[in-house]
Design a protein around this ligand. Structure first.
Ligand SMILES: Nc1nc2c(ncn2[C@@H]2O[C@H](COP(=O)(O)OP(=O)(O)O)[C@@H](O)[C@H]2O)c(=O)[nH]1
Ligand SMILES: [Mg+2]
Length: 429
């Protein structure tokens, strides 16, 4: 099963590992997540689907037909009927897995071999999108050394701006460097085939980073607008190639920002970055809350702006004070920001949707009678046949037609899927 891979990047000591631990705290059996290696810096995070799980409609239908009693007041699943193979569903809030990668070692100069050198590049190569964690409090210098939080907005804004520029620069230099290395071959293809030779060279050279013909075409469009030199490609200097690297970087690695450490940052920092996707975050609070929840001290769900102390929890005075302080902070901030950021990354930045393949279009079950076992995160508008391919390659090869589980309409191979769709796939076996 393909899934989205999100890379956490940024200079040292901004809170990447804290973010990673908080987001991947739920222990999962890695065997169920083939996209997940045993690397300690790769984990599974769950993101809540925006629309209610189709098991809500199923329950309404069954209750309406008198075939099911309404859920009990104390139903721990709050009415959910589905049987997710991965993730969970409570109160029809279905969560879907994504892979999260903690990419360490990206320091200024990394593209020239400083720090872990190019080791981090292998971690980055497969990521669909990056979350740059920045220190919104300006409490660390560009190398990650602590120098105390700033309560001056202008100082913090400058520090964050420097972090953003450093990362873009490293990525541009890396990608530009890859183009530069093979440039002699690129030049020969341009001489032989013109612009088409150039695009196929760029595509081949960067395919390991996820380059596709569409992405290359979009990057070339921006490049041609911004490239002012009249030189022929065989005379292009490093500046031209780095511009090309920059245009490709934007296509290959969209970046959204976690303005972390907001608990100690000047509150207005984010205003300076309204042209980017940036969400205020408190990673260490999220980690503390999730740990407290998993040890049964509090009831807290990621994304909420408050929590309740579990009735059975025995707390000493210091713990009580710490918790009530956290609750205040949390309410003021409207949440720790991590769940909101993940939601924006998946559904706005990447424009993905959640779809539910089933084997029986009437009962929405698989071959074993499991209700809505799979929730796939796929690009919006994915074709029915391509979804079949994500379930199984045989299903795509033998694709005959699909049936929309809600409307019962037959749909063709190029039917575009929408958020929350339930789809039965007919294929030759
Ligand atoms: N004040 C504050 N500190 C944080 C927050 N998140 C992480 N930290 C602290 O920042 C330091 C560096 O965190 P770490 O996750 O190791 O950073 P990394 O080097 O980017 O992986 C640790 O002392 C964390 O406890 C936060 O939201 N607020
Ligand atoms: Mg770390």
């Amino acid at each position: 099963m393909l899934t989205v891979r999100i890379g956490l990047v940024g200079k040292p000591n901004v809170g990447k590992s804290t973010f990673f631990s908080a987001a991947t705290l739920a222990q999962v059996d890695i065997a169920n997540y083939p996209f997940c290696t045993i690397d300690p810096n790769v984990g599974v995070a769950f993101v809540e689907a925006r629309l209610a799980c189709p098991c809500k409609d199923l329950r309404e239908k069954l209750e309406g037909e008198g075939r099911l009693e309404p859920a009990a007041e104390d139903d721990p699943r709050q009415g959910s009927l589905c049987e997710p193979r991965t993730g969970s569903c409570v109160g029809h809030r279905r969560s879907v897995p994504v892979a999260l990668v903690d990419v360490a070692g990206l320091v200024p100069g990394a593209s020239e071999g400083r720090g872990r050198g190019n080791a981090f590049l292998a971690d980055l190569a497969n990521c669909d999108v990056l979350i740059q964690v920045v220190d919104a409090a300006g409490s660390t210098d560009i190398e990650g050394q602590f120098n105390g939080a700033s309560n001056d907005t202008a100082v913090a804004v400058e520090a964050v701006r420097a972090e953003i520029e450093f990362l873009e620069h490293e990525l541009d230099a890396w990608i530009g460097g890859l183009l530069e290395d093979g440039w002699n071959r690129g030049v020969r293809r341009v001489q032989a085939e013109g612009e088409k030779g150039l695009t196929s060279f760029v595509h081949e050279r960067l395919s390991g980073l996820g380059a596709t013909p569409v992405k290359v075409a979009q990057a070339m469009f921006e490049f041609n607008q911004r490239h002012t030199s009249d030189a022929q490609p065989w005379d292009w200097d490093a500046v031209s190639l780095h511009l090309l690297g920059e245009c490709m970087r934007k296509q290959l690695f969209p970046i959204v920002y976690a303005a972390n450490k907001m608990d100690i940052a000047p509150p207005d920092v984010l205003k300076a970055f309204s042209d980017r996707t940036m969400v205020a975050c408190m990673a260490d609070m999220e980690l503390a809350l999730r740990r407290a929840a998993s040890s049964g001290l509090i009831d807290y769900q990621s994304g909420q702006s408050s929590f309740t102390v579990h009735p059975g929890a025995s707390l000493n005075e210091a713990q009580q004070k710490a918790l009530s302080h956290m609750n205040q902070r949390l309410e003021q901030a409207g949440g720790t920001g991590l769940a909101r950021l993940m939601d924006e990354v998946l559904f706005d930045q990447l424009n993905h949707i959640v779809v539910y393949p089933v084997q029986d279009e009437s009962h929405w079950v698989d071959g074993d009678g499991r209700v809505l076992p799979d929730a796939f995160v796929v690009p919006s508008g994915l074709h029915a046949k391509a979804l079949a391919g994500r379930v199984h390659t045989d299903l795509e090869a033998g694709f005959i037609r699909g049936v929309d589980g809600r409307t019962r309409r037959v749909v063709g191979a190029d039917h575009e899927l929408g958020d929350g769709d339930v789809l039965k796939i007919h294929a030759k076996s």
